[in-house]
Write a protein that binds this ligand. Sequence first.
Ligand SMILES: [Zn+2]
Ligand SMILES: [Zn+2]
Length: 165
Amino acid sequence: MPGARGRYSISERLDPTEEFAGVGPVTGEITVENTGSLLLVRGWLQATVRCSCKRCLSEFDRALDVEVEEEFATESTDRDIETVDRDEPEAAAISHYVLDVSDLVRQQIAVSAPMAPICQSDCRGLCPQCGRNLNEGPCDCGPQLSDSRWEKLRDLFGDVSEIEH
Ligand SMILES: [Zn+2]
Ligand SMILES: [Zn+2]
């Protein structure tokens, strides 16, 4: 029925996906309003997702604060689906229209979750040679090659520049 309005408290568990897994339930509150031709869904969702850092592969949690603002065209009112399916208490029936709240929550969190999560903006990543997490300290390879090692090479082979020419 146009003008019908409902307010819903959200508490949904997220199924883990390839990109992220939910930590605890998604909570929040949404308001659903039927304008006659549109179903307006507005509100806020709070969630914490566990991400895997794209650089160092370590896992970390990120809190998400998601503003929901969606419009759905209302379905034909010919069908009589006015009552909430009792087997699916989270399905909200607003005048001939059933909104799958779980599905809505999943979609909202999926688009808000970081696509290429980085644990911290200055994450040093993994050493490409030994695989060590460089956030935990430098490794012994690459540019960190110590001066004393160069000295030993010089002792053995003379000055490096002479070897190359
Ligand atoms: Zn990282
Ligand atoms: Zn290394």
